[in-house]
Design a protein around this ligand. Structure first.
Ligand code: BDP
Length: 711
């Protein structure tokens, strides 16, 4: 640090990417101040008020530090905000062409001369569009982009842009690593924690418009009157920010809270109970989004319990919600303990025959891959196979399988990998993004959802860098064509600094970080080899419990080789993909090496593209993962003095944990696989410390993310 540099004020991350720190570049600040001297905004609704408050807060912080003047008269340097309905000066501009492209959530940012005065305009067809536009203008300033000749027209590609909170009513969070639930059910509905508003601001700032509040492993109590009143208070707090709430519906709720003796979806009393429940909910929450349902999966109740199909179950709930415009989001994460079929195939087997059988207000929510949010999975073979059903893509922000909240893993590249994947369902270019945006099959419903990584930790997501995943998800939900690099750069500039050295170093840490995790946990297509139940740390030796919860089932390592044969000589899961993709992955020669062991059982001596044997390649990959964490550490230490010391030290400590755990993963996995392959470690890699027995003996108690009742 230069001797006279003032010490940076410590930050705790609460402000996320909405810090609005004073722009220190005085030339740039003066340009902005000249362009934005006063606001003209005829506020007529709570959402418009939220936009006004945010503009005032943001511009005050970023610019002079003084509140910006408001004026009803247009001058040079006016920021004019409004819809054509709320603001006559905007109506007079006749911006029909632009507004037509924006739909009911998009916005325009324009430089415009009005009666000879230079103005900047935020306009939209709706109040929520104005709020999104206000955040976009602030992002523009926060990232130091020019206001000259502004002409930004932006509308979301997906209608439903949702977070799924896996929060329990007792405050714990399933797979949550950032503290306890934000929802204080005990004090609701009367105490509205100011944090709810900050949550809603953060959501709206990245265009997210829906939140499912409760765990998919649902508790029926949330559907009782007392809890609906509490949920309604949250819905009220979120409404100005365009966020609709959803609740998870436990299929057996009619038994548990409805005093019925069945939850059979074809029983009229059951249907009636759900209709009454829907009526009660909509009375309290008129814009209630609907139900998210996990049924007949991992022991959860569902229509199969009564000999009915997923469509029977989903449609019964959909009929209850239809009069109010609500939707059912039925999860496709279904697999059966009693079925010996490769778990990879089960969702397609159960659901593809039901395409066309669901009501119009049912959406099917499909995880990015067929197993379970692994560090790398090929796209789920359901994408493209159910053209008559709107599919919602589900990704996971909380790092259940990517190092919890102590590993830095920037996940936009993972989300992009799925969104950009070509299913070939309607020929080349039939990407997952086009399927879930509704573009390919002309569905009015479309959507993307992410399992939240938010808790009541002061910095929201536990790891300061985990906020980039929340941010990145929102930005991609709005526009899947954005790049991972571009999103990361925005986030860094808003979260840390616009200094190029800082931006470049942090970008170089973030972009390869997910690949680092893949390397030190599950390289070359390995998957599901983590510790049992809590999933903390390596467990390639796990062989207890039902087969498809063991690691042995997935890696299939034996004296000859390793990997899951999903070709026609094995489980034939590949046949569920469309021919062009299936042909590529079914040959060892053309299958991307990153997915090799996902689809093939390969000899330890198989020669890889590098010229090394598979065994050596595995060793190098694990070792490279550890090396990549060391590089992240070196880049971070180079920033000492340029980042406030609170965040600097916190991240430095987390990187230390990440390195230790990366070594743990590498050494435990390599020692275990060596015990099967019988081959020596290449001399060039760091030789594993400890013995396999030591690693296998490690036991952890009270690992976060598992509600204690599960033990
Ligand atoms: C798995 C989690 C489990 C969830 C399940 C789901 O381990 O806690 O309940 O997914 O998505 O990843 O339903």
């Amino acid at each position: 640090m230069a001797p006279n540099t003032p010490k940076l004020l410590d930050e705790d991350g609460y402000e996320l990417w909405l810090r609005y720190a004073l722009i220190e570049d005085t030339v740039l600040r003066t340009q902005y101040e000249n362009a934005l001297q006063a606001i003209t905004f005829n506020v007529t609704s709570p959402t418009q008020q939220a936009a006004m408050d945010e503009l005032m807060r943001g511009m005050t912080g970023l610019l002079t530090g003084r509140p910006i003047a408001t004026s009803s008269v247009i001058h040079d340097g006016t920021l004019l905000v409004g819809t054509p309905q709320s603001e006559p000066a905007i109506a007079a501009l006749e911006l029909h062409d632009a507004l037509e492209t924006l739909g009911d959530e998009g916005y325009a940012l324009l430089s415009q001369s009005i009666a000879g005065k230079r103005c900047t305009i935020i306009t939209a067809n709706s109040d929520i569009g104005l709020l999104y536009g206000s955040f976009a203008l602030l992002r523009h300033l926060q990232t130091h982009r020019s206001l000259h000749n502004l002409h930004v027209l932006s509308a979301p590609q997906m209608r439903l842009r949702m977070l799924n909170h896996w929060d329990n009513l007792d405050g714990t969070i399933e797979r949550g690593y950032a503290g306890f639930s934000l929802w204080d059910w005990h004090k609701l509905p009367h105490y509205i924690d100011p944090r709810y508003c900050d949550y809603a601001r953060a959501m709206a700032s990245i265009g997210l418009n829906a939140a499912s509040l409760t765990n998919v492993n649902a508790n029926a109590l949330v559907l009782t009157k007392a809890y609906i009143a509490k949920a309604a208070a949250l819905a009220d707090a979120f409404r100005p920010y365009g966020i609709r709430i959803y609740l998870t519906a436990r299929f057996s709720a009619p038994l548990e809270i409805g005093h019925l003796d069945t939850a059979d979806p074809l029983d009229p009393n059951v249907a009636h109970w759900w209709q009454q429940t829907a009526a009660m909910i909509y009375e309290a929450i008129p814009d209630f989004g609907g139900f998210v349902v996990k049924a007949n999966s991992e022991g959860q109740p569902g229509p199969h319990d009564y000999g009915c199909t997923h469509a029977d179950g989903a449609n019964m709930l959909a009929d209850a919600l239809a009069p109010y415009g609500g939707t059912v989001i039925w999860r496709a994460f279904v697999y059966d303990a009693d079925v010996t079929e490769d778990r990879h195939k089960q969702a397609n087997n159960q659901l593809v025959p039901l395409d066309g059988a669901f009501r119009d207000n049912v959406l099917l929510q499909v995880k990015n891959g067929a197993i379970d949010f692994q560090p790398r999975e090929p796209f789920h073979p359901l994408f493209g196979r159910m053209p008559q059903t709107p599919l919602v893509l589900e990704v996971q922000l909380t790092q259940e399988y990517l190092g919890f909240a102590t590993h830095l893993a920037y996940l936009a590249p993972l989300f992009k990998e799925t969104l950009d994947a070509d299913t070939y369902c309607q020929g080349p270019g039939s990407t997952v993004a086009k399927i879930v945006s509704g573009e390919l099959d002309g569905h009015p419903h479309s959507g993307i959802a992410a399992v939240s990584n938010i808790g009541n930790d002061r910095n929201w997501c536990g790891h300061p860098f985990a906020a980039a995943n929340w941010y990145g998800f929102g930005r991609l939900a709005w526009d899947p064509a954005l790049t991972s690099d571009g999103i990361a750069e925005e986030w860094i500039r808003m979260t840390f600094s616009n200094e190029l050295q800082i931006v470049d170093e942090i970008l170089a840490m973030m972009l390869p970080s997910r690949e680092a995790v893949v390397n030190y946990m599950t390289p070359l297509g390995l998957h599901h080899i983590m510790a049992r139940d809590h999933h903390y740390g390596p467990g390639p030796w796990v062989d207890m419990g039902r087969a498809d919860w063991t690691a042995l089932y997935y890696h299939q390592a034996d004296a000859d080789g390793i990997g899951f044969d999903r070709t026609s000589s094995g489980s034939n899961a590949i046949s569920q993909y469309f021919p062009s993709y299936a042909a590529m992955v079914s040959s060892v020669e053309t299958c991307p090496e990153t997915l090799l062991l996902w689809f093939h059982h390969v000899s330890w001596d198989h020669v890889m593209a590098s010229g090394r044997s598979l065994w050596e390649e595995l060793c190098f990959a694990y070792d490279e993962g550890v090396g990549m964490v060391r590089q992240m550490q070196a880049r971070w230490t180079a920033l000492e003095g340029l980042i406030d010391s609170a965040r600097y030290e916190h991240i430095k400590a987390l990187l230390r944990i990440q390195l230790d755990e990366a070594c743990w993963w590498r050494d435990a996995c390599l020692l275990y696989f060596q015990s099967i392959s019988g081959r020596p470690f290449p001399a060039q890699i760091e030789q594993p410390g400890g013995t396999l027995a030591d690693y296998m003996a490690i036991t952890h108690y009270y690992v976060p993310g598992i509600p204690e009742r599960r033990f």
